[in-house]
Design a protein. Sequence first.
Length: 912
Amino acid sequence: MLDQRFDPAEAEPRLYKAWEDQGCFKPSGDTSAQAYSIVIPPPNVTGVLHMGHALNNTLQDVLIRFERMRGKNVLWQPGTDHAGIATQMVVERKLAQDGNQDRRSMGRDAFVDRVWEWKEESGGAIVGQLKRLGASCDWSKEAFTMGDRNDPDNSMMRAVTKVFVELYKKGLIYRDKRLVNWDPHFQTAISDLEVDQREVPGHYWHLRYPLADGVTYMHPVKDEDGNVVDQEMRDYIVVATSRPETMLGDTGVAVHPEDPRYAGLIGKFVELPIVGRRIPIIADEYADPDKGSGAVKITPAHDFNDFEVGKRAGHTPLNILNATAHIVDGGEADEAGIPAEYRGLERFEARKKVVEAFEAAELLQEIENLKIEQPFGDRSNVVIEPWMTDQWYVDAKTMAEPAIAAVKDGKTKFIPENWEKTYFNWMENIQPWCVSRQLWWGHRIPAWYDEDGNAYVALSEAEAQAEAGPDKKLVQDEDVLDTWFSSALWPFSTQGWPDKTPDLDTFFPTATLVTAFDIIFFWVARMMMMSLEFMGEVPFKDVYIHALVLDEKGQKMSKSKGNAMDPLELIDEYGADALRFTMGRMAGQGRNIRLSKQAVEGNRNFATKLWNAARFAEMNECGAPGEIDFGKIESPVNRWILSELTQCAADVTKGIEDYKFNEAAGALYKFIWNTLCDWYLELIKPLLAGMDDAAKQETRMVCGYVLDESLKLLHPFMPFVTEELWDRRAEGRAADKGFLMHQSWPSIEVFTDEAASNEINWVIDMITELRSLRNDLGVPAGTKLPLTLVNAGAEIENRAMTHEDVLKRLARLEDISMTDTTPDGAVTAVIGETMSALSVADIVDIDEARKRLDKELAQLDKDITSTEKKLSNEKFVSRAPAEIVEENRERIVDWTARREKLKVARKGLEGL
RNA sequence: GGGCGGUUAGCUCAGUGGUAGAGCACUACGUUGACAUCGUAGGGGUCACAAGUUCGAACCUUGUACCGCCCA
């Protein structure tokens, strides 16, 4: 006997373990079947499961379980990525907490060992969390972007090295000195995408740069409204900056070539305060006449725009910051002419001191308070500095071309389609991809330098040495590769590439990538580029972009806002099935998900409802019949539920195939709750309790069958409760057929029986309307009333007699009788097409009965009038499709007949 | 500045041209040997606004307003 309710906390771990122990997640290996593969977007090895993961992996698991049941040879490839900065950060922090040496004093090898130890002990917690969610990944193939520490020859490592070397040989990787986003905290370059542009309160300092050589000019003076009222003579030019300390590295001042105010100054010089350097005033369209003073200081070594301006003007960038964002010392400081008291100052200290110096020299014109956009490292939360360094770059522009073409040609499709635009927009404006990072945790760059600084890029040190010649002393590049460089290879590196393996043959390219939009740039684009370059094929046919999970108020969840919901807490409280089904029901295309606890609770209730339906089946000996022959089913209610079931199967299948998860989940919810539980189980109760053994047997069989098929259809969304019920119901099943997750997906052929549907829908309408009438009249819930049908006609009378038990039970009727004349002392109503009289005697509110009829009559009058008007419109009749016109005509007929009967009923109430 | 999306019941959202829907919340009533994590019934909407196309618009077009997000 089933318990009163499902206990997810007990059942879920047990079921997951059973699946895993039996190897249920491995591909079937059936090579005659179509292969279907998904690679998981590898979560950070430092990560913990958040709502985004929960959604992302639920949807993947729905697809995977669905296709597995459809008989495909299915692989869901799991794994984690090594998350260069994040992991290094975690381990460094841990070292500090434990009072150990920092990484620099312990040395590179020892530190990297320490990171591996951390990874093995506490990394990958998220894997266990994915299991709690029910993810049916093939864990025997779990991969890691850094490969296997104990196997230096592992393919994940070799893949990265091979790709780097080959791209270098093709000229698609090169070394260059450019500005990068420099994180002074981690002392590494980071990508644009790891930089958060945040709007913060800041200042514009308006600085006066004195003109050199005694030059003066007339500058317009404006009044409060901005009108020019006067001219004044100036011996300085004003520049505005939010970073005054960078002036130490200024190489010029730019004005717009067509700005009349400064036309005479172009080619003149200013004498840079503090450092005393003479720098030119140049014309460049970058200077915006409407912004600030219209003149802008140029610091090529510390600003991306200035870098370009400086290049155009032929300036040599002057670097004034070191790797920790302190003012330089030594040769570089000498070159820039930086006074001793500024050297070695931290950047914000230097800023303060520069401003003070300008103030003291009466060169500080104004401090404007305003919001400024400032770049922050998304991991370090410190202000990022544009900084000149030598880095390795991938020629992304060249590699993007085939990746753009592949989507244009439809080889890879985005769903929803409009994300293509985002992809194209980014790909078409792609910048060189800086792939080197000044970290220790990651794939070491396979480049060696001789003493003259010549680089040798090779698969191994020995090869590099061979290339350089025996006399050269080589040193390997200190840097590692960007984590995304290795995850870009994920769809094929996880399948054994560069070796030619059966898995690679079978599971590459993958079927679908499931991800959120924010990773299109990070990852999708890069996988496209790398797969096309090295495999000659797109990595996946479909890219399904799902929503973000927001809180109830529609805000992004974040730890700092404190509005984050923990999926594991929700799983603890309501079960993984409830969370998954909630995600599925809300995963409509192109819309974000606002998650609330209430929603999850509602879906937990849905699981309980299903559980109790199974309990009902158990109590009534509705076993597990396996396949049944629809042709032999006789009773209308059973034929009706089979047609509803098959329609549901078709809808669920279509929904998942089209990535319309909400439609699939919605169809299941509606079928199981509103059709199966609310009606079918109620309608069959008299049959199950009745004396007709044949009907009873048939009903038991159909009920059991429908329940089992429902479990199959629901399984991809709610794997645990369905598997548990499948197992608990196994007793009646002919043979042990194993796990539900390995059953065949139901057929999508829809079984229809219009006559049965009409009959059952009549019963349902009858009951609904009688209940509504009783409620409106204020009939006490427990009171049984006699019902009389007046002039109902043979078909209706037959139906009423056939379904007498059900009608009596569900509409609380004393009995049902037929008559030709309206009985006295009864309240009459029109139910369906039938005048019906409920003998309610004095227990009802006759006023309410009249009101009810008046209301309905008024509504009918309105509907009839407006439809008549429509039909009298010649244009409607001539232009609208014939079936629509016909439909409206039929409506009029039906409504008019109903109105006549209502009028009679209303008249009957006059005397009461 | 460029792009994308949204605006439908108190809330969260379905609804791609033909009688406005669901879940939650709310109100009333609870009886039936699956289920109170439940059942039955009910109230509640100028589909943001304006103009247009159409026999007919929540849906198509244009514009406006407001709200998100992405990119620069």
